[in-house]
Structure formats: structure tokens, C-alpha cells
Design a protein around this ligand. Structure first.
Ligand code: ASP
Ligand code: MG
Length: 590
């Protein structure tokens, strides 16, 4: 019998009428011949209220007691949901995380799932019950209640769908699907019919707040088709599956993170280990670093910029200043008025011209790009916060995101669930269900690097550079523009070695035209990529790369990160050595 998991978020169970409406949806799904597992969040803003109560008592509640408290929100809603279903004449049973057997580690308030047992749920399902599972909670080895982090019910839902090998995981929420960008910011945003896991992962981590990113990681790992839809209507929402909405679509969505702060360390002696020195200090303060832009600078000195959530700035600056002293950097600067605008699309990995189209559109709108970082399927730029909304509008428009894509995919492009995994395989995966997975570590020795040093800080420069490079028929892979005051900023990009002469020629011409300080290049670089799932949510990945390479004296020239990969560029003669080291470091995660 087909099995579906239906998850109802806080707004979908905010009052008893809504609970009854959700109950009817589950009963209908059961009557249509499905076994149904519901995952329910706490009612409305209950979790926030519980957090406030704790704050009224102490600003340092113990993690264990916090979890004891927060888990009650979901316990209320599962019980009411079971009563609602029973009152409507169907069979239902509510279960807490512990009763289901969701085992987690002991990291209170952000625990990671270690295993889930299915027998109990399956037994109740086979007896004709709708099983109602409390979202967001689990239990550790010592029977302590744990929670999975705010928004964690999505993760419970997708995880249950994975272990039960459900046919679909429906996420009922207060929006009717995934949009090309936040419709509250841009009314012209379009609801997409389908989006790939990778695109959704990137968008979720770049500011599209629809779903908990860890839940999409699960979806991808276990090929669970996820259907995001409205709890207040019956219209079809958005399917999150393996393939994108349309073939050859360069960009599928745009996202904005408005409240960022940038920190830049300039004049860093370009020696192995400085990134590690900086980021280990930041990590020790548990600050999540967002965009990292590292680039080669003039006179053997590097610049490294990164962004943190605005409210973390004071803390992050303290750590950075400490690090700067240690590594004898020249200066630390910051800006609290920045925002990050990104575009995402699987298709951009194979197409030329995507970056320059974005840069040109921004230049024409008079928007100055302060920093750039790209990975295979996303481009992010930093701009002034005052221009954030107009920047988002401009990029949304230039990629025609408000229009249905022309090359529609066939609906059967949706992969069947489970990827043919046997139950045994899924259970084996469960041993370390939320562990970092490294799929592959690759070495690309076919590229060279070109850097324009000392670029003036004015709109239109990046657009001109990449238009001219494209006009020369060159495909650009990585692009990094670092921030720097007083003309210490630079733009680096990598191209195939055979394209180096043309690229250098073009760069030199542009350097003259724009009054840049000069051009530097490296005829052969080694690009190493670590691919997998959880690359950014497991913050240790970047740290382990920086540390292990610096220990053997390998310098990272440029780097870029995304949810699904981290790229570093090192000296062309060090590629094989670096590969061997990274393979050794990440072996246990493979
Ligand atoms: N109730 C929890 C929260 O508000 C979990 C969830 O809703 O996903 O974060
Ligand atoms: Mg939520």
C-alpha cells in the first residue's frame, strides 16, 4: 500500500479549526488508499512562547531543560490531532519522538538524528491507524529528550519518509509552494512546479526560508520526493525532486539575505595557514560564517573577506582582530550595511554568459558590486543594503524568472522514490543518518588563473570584464571578487589553460581601460573540490581543508563554497599532493 508522510507546520495547526482541517486532509489521504503518517509542529507561535518563558527565568537555561520544555509544544499538538481524527471517525494514535524511537546524539537544542526504528509505526499503520508523530524531537542514549533545532519538524518529516520508504513527503505550510524569490519582497515572483534538491538546498541556505535545509539534505540522500503545498487550499504546490523544472534553465531562483555584515582582513602575508588561523577563532565563538571570499592580492599579500549575520558583528570582529595580530595582517575593516543577492540554477554549470548577464544588469541599475563568489550552480554578490531590494528585482527580471520556462520537463522526470534502495541499505545509512557525506573529491589540473589587481570600486567593472572574456570565446569557471579599500580589491577567475593567452590579453586591455593596478596570472592551477551533502551545515569542512593543507605548507589561493561543494584553488604543482591529503582527511566521511 502506498505510504505518505504529511507534515503540518505551526501555522497549519494554529487553532482547533485548523487542526480539524488538517485531520480531514489526512483522513482523505487514507481513504484514497494510502497509509498516512502525520508529523506535526507546535501550535502557532507556541515554541516562541516557551522560549520566552524560559528567558523570563534565566538567560542561561540548561540545554537539557530547554529541550524538556520545547518538546511539550509538539506533544500538545499531536494529542489534539489524534483526538480530532478520532472525532471524525478514523483511527489514530499520537507518538512522541521517544515513542517512535528517534535516537539522536546529546547535543541539546540542536541534536542530530542517529537512528529511527520503524516497527512500531509500521505496526500501528498496518492496524489501520493514522500515525501522528511529534516533530522536532528525539531521545538520546540516556533517555533525555532532545530537539533538532528550530524548524526541525521538516527534518523529522523527511527522515520518517526516508525510513518508511514513503512515496511522498507532503509539507503543508502557509505558502503554496516554492517561489522564484520571496513574493513578499517581489510580488512578480512565480511559484515553480518543480525544483531540484541541489537548487533548493542552495536557495534555502541563501535566504529562501521555506524549509529547514537539513530536511532537503535528507530528501536528496534518500530520494524522497517532497511536495511543498498550502494547508489552506488543495492546489498542487512545488515538487522538490532530483531534476530541475526545465532543461537548460540557467537560473531557477534568486535570494536575498538582507542583514549581513562584512569583515575584511587586508594585507595578509600570503602564507599557508592564515585562513585556518582566522576561521578557527571564529568557529571557537560559534559564529556561523556565511560568504567567504578569498583572493590573491598585490605584493604577495592576500585579502580575505567574509560575512556574518549583522548581530554577530561585534563578536566576530573581536575574533578577527585577535587573528589579524597573530598573522601580522595590515588592516581589518568592516561594513554593517551589506546585503547578499544570489542566483541559483543547475543549468549555469554548462552555460556561458550567466554571470556577466547578472553583473551587467546590476551595473545598469547603478548597483555597485562589492564582492563576488560563484560555485557551479550559484552566483552571489554583496551590495549596499539600501540597494538590496532593487538588486533582487533587477536580477529576477534579467533572467525572466516571472515567466514559465520554455523547455518544460516531462512530468516523468520525477524520479521514483528510494532509488531502488533496499530497506537494508536505508537502515545501514541510518547509522549516521545526519553525518556529513562526502561523495567525491576531485582534482582539476586543466585550468589557469587570471587576476586583475587593484580594481576601482565602481559599478560595471565585473560586467565589462566578463563580457569581454566571453566575447573572446572563453568559458569562465570560478569567479572571485574580493573587497578592498583604496584599490586593494581584485577579481580572479579561472579558465582552461588553452584559453589563458586570450584571457590575459583581454585582462590587460581592461586593466588599462579601468586604471587597475595590474594583472597577475598563473598558467596552471589545481582546483580541488570536495562534493557531498552538508558541506556548509557541517562547518568543520572548510576548517579541515584549511588546516590539513596548511600543515603541509600548501597555500589556498582562492576558494568558494556552497551547500554541496567547496572548491579551493592551489599551486598547479601541488594538486596531487593536496588531493591525497584531502582524501585522507575525508576518508571516514565517505
Ligand atoms: N516547533 C518547532 C519550532 O518552532 C519546530 C518546527 O516547527 O519545525 O521551531
Ligand atoms: Mg517551519
Amino acid at each position: 500500500m502506498p505510504l505518505i508522510v504529511q507534515k503540518f507546520g505551526g501555522t497549519s495547526v494554529a487553532d482547533t479549526q485548523k487542526i480539524l482541517a488538517a485531520a480531514r486532509k489526512a483522513i482523505r489521504a487514507q481513504q484514497q488508499g494510502n497509509q498516512v503518517v502525520m508529523v506535526v509542529s507546535a501550535m502557532g507561535h507556541n515554541t516562541d512562547m516557551l522560549v520566552e518563558l524560559a528567558e523570563q527565568i534565566t538567560d542561561r537555561p540548561s540545554g537539557r531543560e530547554m529541550d524538556m520544555l520545547l518538546s511539550t509544544g509538539e506533544q500538545v499538538s499531536v494529542a489534539l490531532m489524534a483526538m480530532a481524527i478520532q472525532s471524525l471517525g478514523a483511527k489514530a494514535i499520537s507518538l512522541t519522538g521517544a515513542q517512535i524511537g528517534i535516537k539522536t546524539d546529546s547535543t541539546h537544542t540542536k541534536a542530530r538524528i542517529q537512528s529511527i526504528s520503524t516497527e512500531r509505526m509500521q505496526r500501528f499503520l498496518d492496524a489501520g491507524n493514522i500515525v501522528i508523530a511529534a516533530g522536532f524531537q528525539g531521545i538520546d542514549e540516556d533517555f533525555n529528550i532532545t530537539t533538532l533545532g528550530r524548524g526541525g519538524s521538516d527534518t523529522t518529516a523527511v527522515a520518517l519518509a526516508a525510513v518508511l520508504r514513503a512515496d511522498t513527503c507532503e509539507i503543508y505550510t502557509d505558502v503554496d509552494g516554492v517561489y522564484t524569490t520571496d513574493p513578499r519582497v517581489l510580488p512578480e515572483a512565480r511559484r515553480v512546479k518543480q525544483i531540484s534538491y541541489d537548487e533548493m538546498l542552495e536557495l534555502a541556505s541563501l535566504g529562501a526560508g521555506v524549509m529547514h535545509s537539513r530536511s532537503i539534505e535528507f530528501g536528496k540522500k534518500f530520494s524522497v520526493p517532497i511536495h511543498v503545498r498550502s494547508s489552506f487550499s488543495d492546489i498542487t504546490g512545488t515538487m522538490i525532486v532530483a531534476s530541475p523544472e526545465a532543461a537548460n534553465q540557467a537560473v531557477c531562483g534568486a535570494a536575498l539575505v538582507r542583514d549581513e555584515a562584512r569583515i575584511t582582513i587586508e594585507g595578509v602575508p600570503d602564507r599557508p595557514g592564515f585562513s585556518y588561523a582566522i576561521f578557527s577563532k571564529i568557529a571557537a565563538r560559534r559564529i556561523a560564517v556565511d560568504m567567504i571570499v578569498q583572493n590573491i592580492g598585490a605584493e604577495g599579500r592576500a585579502t580575505i573577506s567574509f560575512t556574518v549575520p549583522k548581530e554577530e558583528l561585534p563578536n566576530a570582529l573581536e575574533a578577527t582582530n585577535e587573528a589579524a595580530k597573530e598573522i601580522s595582517a595590515k588592516a581589518v575593516t568592516f561594513d554593517e550595511e551589506v546585503a547578499k543577492v544570489s542566483v541559483v540554477g543547475l543549468g549555469m554549470a554548462e552555460q556561458t554568459g550567466v554571470a556577466q548577464k547578472m553583473f551587467r544588469a546590476l551595473a545598469e541599475a547603478g548597483i555597485n558590486i562589492q564582492a563576488i563568489t560563484t560555485s557551479e550552480i550559484k552566483i552571489s554578490v554583496l551590495c549596499h543594503r539600501d540597494q538590496a531590494s532593487s538588486a533582487l528585482r533587477v536580477v529576477h527580471k534579467v533572467f525572466g524568472l516571472e515567466n514559465e520556462p520554455a523547455n518544460k520537463l516531462q512530468p516523468n522526470a520525477i524520479l521514483p522514490h528510494g532509488n531502488g534502495n533496499t530497506a537494508l541499505e536505508v537502515v545501514r545509512h541510518l547509522q549516521g543518518m545526519e553525518d556529513l557525506t562526502i561523495d567525491e573529491i576531485t582534482l582539476d589540473e586543466s585550468q589557469g588563473r587570471v587576476t586583475l589587481l587593484g580594481i576601482p570600486d565602481q559599478p560595471g567593472l565585473a560586467a565589462a570584464v566578463f563580457e569581454e572574456i566571453a566575447a573572446a570565446g572563453v568559458f569562465v569557471d570560478m569567479i572571485v571578487q574580493s573587497f578592498g579599500q583604496n584599490s586593494t580589491a581584485s577579481i580572479s577567475f579561472t579558465v582552461q589553460q588553452s584559453d589563458m593567452p586570450r584571457s590575459i590579453e583581454t585582462a590587460e586591455r581592461l586593466a588599462k581601460r579601468f586604471g587597475c593596478a595590474g594583472v597577475s596570472s598563473s598558467p596552471k592551477v589545481a582546483k580541488l573540490s570536495v562534493l557531498g551533502i552538508g558541506i556548509r551545515s557541517n562547518t568543520s569542512v572548510a576548517m579541515r581543508i584549511f588546516q590539513s593543507l596548511s600543515e603541509v605548507g600548501i597555500n589556498v589561493d582562492i576558494m568558494s563554497t556552497s551547500e554541496v561543494r567547496l572548491n579551493v584553488v592551489v599551486d598547479g604543482n601541488k594538486g596531487k599532493e593536496a588531493l591525497a591529503i584531502l582524501q585522507q582527511v575525508f576518508e571516514p566521511a565517505r
